[in-house]
Design a protein around this ligand. Sequence first.
Ligand code: ATP
Ligand code: MG
Length: 715
Amino acid sequence: PRAGPPPWLERLNEAQRKAVDTLDGPLLVLAGAGTGKTRVLTTRLAHLIHQGKARPYQILCVTFTNKAAREMRERVAELVGGTTEGMWLGTFHALAARILRRHAELVSLKPSFTILDTDDQIRLLKQILQAEHVDEKRWPARMLIHVIQRWKDKGLAPDRVGAGEAGDLVNGKAVDIYRQYQERLITLNAADFGDLMLHNLTIFTKHPDVLEQYQRMFRYCLVDEYQDTNVSQYLWLRLLAQKNKNICCVGDDDQSIYGWRGAEVGNILRFEKDFPGAAVVRLERNYRSTPHILGAASGLIAKNEGRLGKTLWTDEEDGEPVRVRGVWDGEEEARQVGDEIETQHRKRVSLDEMAILVRAGFQTREFEERLITLGIPYKVIGGARFYEREEIRDAIAYLRVVAQPADDLALERIINKPARKIGKATEQAIHDLQRRTGDPMYFAARQLVQTDELKPQARNALTGILNDFDRWRSMADGIGQVELTETILDESGYTLMWQQSKKPEAPGKLENLKELTVAMEEFATLGEFLEHVSLVMDNEDRSDEEQVSLMTLHAAKGLEFDVIFLPGWEEGLFPSQRTMDENGMAGLEEERRLAYVGLTRARKRAFISFAANRRIHGQWTSAIPSRFIDELPQDFVEVESDRGVYAGIGGGSAEDRADFIYGGGYSGGYGAGRSAGSDVSLRSDGPDPQAYRSAGGGPGWQRLRQRGVGGTKPP
Ligand code: ATP
Ligand code: MG
């Protein structure tokens, strides 16, 4: 130990300092968003090293993402100097994989084992299901893999799954199938993600000497985002920390948003039971957000029932109220967000300090489009930009070949996608011919099918796709590009390929393909659209420039920005209908926590918006503002529509509210629904006026009434 208090302790408040200073024994830091939990953890890590309590490799530190691990590593290096070498700092998966590689043989794997992705997992399980003559319609592999995954999340190897857990899944054979699946993985020298933890648990329980070796080594364990750990992760931590009990977990039950992946908030409650005498530190001062943002977020989360409850306060200046704005449709929403970004930028807010947080991946497209038009650089965090996503590139490749047969790169990309028996040999034959003639691929292929060089099957397949392209090209002049695209995706079997895919990302890809056709409508011709796409794709890497960030709410955990945009707060979209259907009340509460996470990312300003008309997966729907908007305490929000500020959405009468939602004069119908000051013109392909008018008495309106909008009497 060196003399004098290190400077980093002075940058903490009293409660935080206690959390950093209480170096020995179990410690739980339970605190709301922005109270410095991550700062505490980072400082604690630095402090442990500085105080000589542990060497870097003797500390186990779990973060939620690899990015968070990287940042923490940098912070610690900064605090104590460059001694982060050998640190066990990373995600549960990364840390467990590292341990498993060292002891693979104890679970009959070789250290070189491969980690399977979901696609491989499903393929493997399918083989087993087929061998067992399981009716795959009744028991789809995708569903069963999910079941197995949840068992693994709970730390249950096949021999530990109770009869009650399995029920009559797969007619009582589920556990047997799980066992076979595990055996196959071993034969293949492979592990899936769940196995990383599960094998660790097996090793630790069956080989106490190995466990002890790690218990000795890890003098201290630190865990961030503790509320999102699942049972097997919890058991893993408990085993590792049981000996010296120096474990510090930080978390916030209100930010538990991975229940759908097996996370258990109950782990917070178990902690105090499993580590008796654990110190619990509560941090109540929020350093991130203005009182307005904090008030809005706290009021919203107070609607959840299953909470531990906590206080949050801040010393910041009041700041601006959270702005809630109703707009006509998604396009207008994107325009307003774009304008606001420019306004904020003029007020010297860096683009790096602004983020748009969406509920579902397909929602980024409209904003990307707008940002590109405005020339504002942006990045998509945790995913690809819309036009760089696999399925979008594929679809565009088809269109490019239609528009320009000589586009070899495009043709190459999709000539056998979906698989249509045009194999490597065929492609090679085409390329050979090209080398001799110098013709583009498409024309070389045409010549090749005239010869008998290819086997009949390959020749037929190739002729088939070439004829398809000729047909699509001849259609192109007669029909609009949207219809053309739908036809191509349909007739080529491309859509079907994703419909039949069991990949977890398949539904999202289908949503993106729908969104692509929505995007195309804004262009007069296919050529114009493709031109637009090539300009969009021309975005070179600008990582050293200021950029606006786009991401899903899930990906935003732990991050902070000066200005946050939260678009699409509409019933069905957010809260997501799917989550509510699948998980009822618990699902709704998880969605509300997601809203809380979203709002609390903002330091200075938060802009919430909703559209009266939303195009979801290509279908127009007239949307109802999210119930979360009603739930925001009025004191902290300012609601405005196109016509200007409208005070207190939750407080007005139901008529007022409907009036507000539908932009005025809802009973007057469509025409009156457009607000005077708006510059949005109606498109002929816009929402069905009839459906819109029925908002006054139709199902949408009913729903609004039934929900009993905050303090509203029925009209
Ligand atoms: P979340 O729940 O969103 O993960 P958190 O509790 O981990 O939030 P941090 O990200 O650690 O909170 O801190 C929020 C912000 O407050 C950061 O910008 C951090 O630097 C700042 N902060 C934390 N503690 C202090 C302090 N004592 N003095 C000044 N700033 C602080
Ligand atoms: Mg944090």
